[in-house]
Design a protein. Sequence first.
Length: 526
Amino acid sequence: MFLYKTTLAAALLFFSLTITQAQHRCGTSSVDEIGVVKTLPISKIPNTSGRILSTATADTLWIPVVVHVLYNTAEENVSDNQIQSQIDVLNEDYAGTNGTAAEVPESWKPLITDSKIRFRLAQRIPSNTNTNGITRRQTPITSFQYNDNSIKYTASGGTDAWPNDSYLNIWVCNLQNGVLGFASFPGGMAEEDGIVIHYNAFGRTGTLSKRYDFGRSGTHEVGHWFSLIHIWGDTPDCSIDDQVGDTPLQADANLCCPKYPKYDNCTSSGDGVMFMNYMDYSDDKFMQFFTPGQIARMDTAINDYRSSLFLSNGGSEAQQRSFDLSIEEIINPVRESADRCFVPVVKVKNRGASLISSYHLVYGMYEGNIRTIEFNDSLSAGQERLITLPQISGSNGQNILEVRIYESDSNTVNNYATRSFFSKNDNTNGCADGDPVIYPNPVTGTSFCVKSNFVKSVKLKIRLVNLLGQTVYETESTSNPGDLFSVPTINLTRGIYFVQLASEDESRSASILFMPDESGSAGGCE
């Protein structure tokens, strides 16, 4: 059952997070109760022959983003890393470089196109001082309704929007009734322009729903913000479609995890319906690309309604910071990696005014072991450097690489980046296997879990060692294959530690990053 609430100015989208009811991708409707299309007019009709571009939209559009975090509990106060991971997802998805696109059927892969739209957290506020692009407010409101714009007003428990001619406003909060988010079409009230996302469906790291943990809720919502309609046209038949020529007719939304090819009474042959399109309702990992026709429609919406974003200075700092080291981009791995084993390459930049003489990079696979490496490397103001990191192994299939700068500076938001990629070959090419598996990592709670990966029963000493080589925790246990051990973090301070598992014959180790959260949440092997 879907909820349809539509006005000319706003498209409302909802996603279910509750386990006890059916989970739905979105509830936006672009038609009224009698089936009349109610989306805003655009000056050109998209087609499949190529992008429809004005002279203004021929270049890449960088959109400054402000994220307004509204939280009632500590869990709802999403981290800077979670916010940056959503920005990374948007940039991959709108560039056509995300890892899941590798699974698009071969006949549709030629449709994967770079939209030339990019996103970055705002660097200056409207009053012309520096910002990290994030506002935070603890609100007395325990949850917001999906069709209630009170979240967009400070007076009603939310946060006022920044000017929509210069910023994309994103509100992150707890939404009621299993709703994941809603968005506005172009041309509505400036004070309510932007998108709203449930904190459990925002980005791809943090506390997330397992079905909505690739950040695709944000990709879908921003699509509506650029005037895209649901791929089936919001009517459960074939009479109205999405006004895009290169998406097949579709009778209704697809849910959960469809398998290719899938047919319905609107498209009953060929490649079937395009359930892997970002504007359908499939679970996150099944949402994989936009078509050229959809990108053309976005171009036209930008030209007609959002061209002022080209003139925004919100993406540049008003004043240069003293110390600000940034991860600019993850160069390698690319979207499709030939082998599980690969050499990460990262671009870093000194965005501050002072010389940086050393720094640490911490990297690893999402929810896997992390590694840390120190660079005694001088970077002058404005200087960039390509960093080649030691080889690491992912898994066969979908992966997410996380890289962060360990040191704190005056703008910690740009110290974190992620890259999704898809590995099609199980070859590890000499990568070390059998290291302990640790989760969660980074560790934020009162304990974490260790899986030894020894292949026979052995008596182990389990140690936790700090960077000074001091043992801060030690215990002994007999380990059978597959055994899990819970290691406490009580009395630990924030930082990097090494977990050592030592038998009589061999020793294995892995590193953790301990970043305690305010809630004192548990961890362990549950």
